[in-house]
Design a protein around this ligand. Structure first.
Ligand code: PXG
Length: 289
């Protein structure tokens, strides 16, 4: 496995960065998780744009242009001869000293690209649906650390994941500080009620997921009316259908939330239609390599 670090490729065992890197010391950096299907990178431009927006927000200067980063992603996939891959693109503040001050890292930003085979969720989960719970850990307050910034500091999500796993579940719904549904630990959430699609708006402390945007785009094409709207737990419990979206999970149905059966207890027809259309889109759209 060849890993890209600042313009050079290293074998996995040789791919190393400094212990003084502020990405390690403070989670000071940004990242993206991207996927390629059949030698096409899905929504590459959108991911790179989000990476640059995250970086701008934390005043991290990426030492490459958007075009150069896209090329580096493609070259890393080619170098690893990956047809279907999962790409982890990371930009850290770089090497500094033991103080928080990012000025000490000036000019040292580290760009890392790891490409690997995608570890898919078991197929039966897509047929049968996930059972999930809400957890006590709230999603970060947008006023404190905006979830729009896809930073290397993922402890908020990891704490929620720990709570879900401890209770015997794979994924968790995280609420905002007012108790409204924000998102899951690594996925966005949607519900369907009377053929209308709902997902929380960004201002609820929800990452603007690229898969989420793609689902909204597909819904528009399919004439399914979609709304970015505040969602309560009650509305999730009484929904007809529920599903999660993310680059790794794609679209995955949810059939139970906090012990309440969702709809019929099986993946619903709107969910199945969106899953089918999403799959088709990944087959025909993307940056070729
Ligand atoms: N919300 C959060 C908090 C995320 O981290 C998504 C939603 C979905 O966004 P996209 O753009 O992928 O549709 C994410 C991204 C993992 C893992 O290992 C998942 C993400 C990031 C890093 C790791 O499950 N999801």
């Amino acid at each position: 496995m060849e890993i890209y670090i600042n313009g050079k490729f290293y074998e996995k065992s040789q791919a190393k960065i400094s212990v003084f890197d502020h990405g390690l010391l403070y989670g000071d950096g940004v990242f993206e998780g991207i996927r390629s299907y059949n030698r096409m990178v899905f929504k590459l431009k959108e991911h790179i744009e989000r990476l640059f927006e995250s970086a701008k927000s934390i005043m991290l200067e990426i030492p490459l242009t958007q075009g150069e980063i896209m090329k580096a992603v493609i070259n890393t996939l080619k170098e690893n001869k990956l047809k279907d891959g999962y790409i982890r693109l990371i930009v850290t503040r770089g090497e500094g000293d033991l103080g928080l001050d990012p000025r000490k890292c000036r000019g040292n930003a580290t760009v890392i690209i790891i490409t690997d085979k995608i570890a898919l969720y078991p197929k039966e989960l897509y047929r049968e649906g996930l059972k999930i719970i809400t957890v006590p850990t709230l999603r970060n307050l947008p006023e404190a650390l905006n979830p729009q910034i896809k930073s290397l500091n993922y402890l908020n999500n990891i704490l929620a994941k720990i709570e879900a796993v401890y209770a015997g579940f794979d994924e968790a719904i995280m609420l905002d500080s007012l108790g409204y549904v924000a998102e899951c630990t690594g996925d966005n959430i949607f519900i369907v009620k009377r053929n209308h699609l709902y997902t929380p708006p960004q201002c609820m402390g929800t990452l603007r997921g690229i898969t989420r945007d793609t689902v909204l785009e597909i819904a528009r094409k399919d004439k399914i009316s979609a709304h970015e709207h505040v969602i309560t737990r009650h509305e999730v419990y009484i929904s007809d259908e529920c599903f999660l979206t993310g680059t790794a999970a794609e679209i995955i149905p949810v059939v139970m939330v906090d012990g309440r059966v969702i709809g019929t207890g099986k993946p619903g027809k709107v969910t199945l239609k969106l899953m089918k259309d999403f799959k088709e889109l990944t087959k025909k759209e993307g940056t070729k390599y």
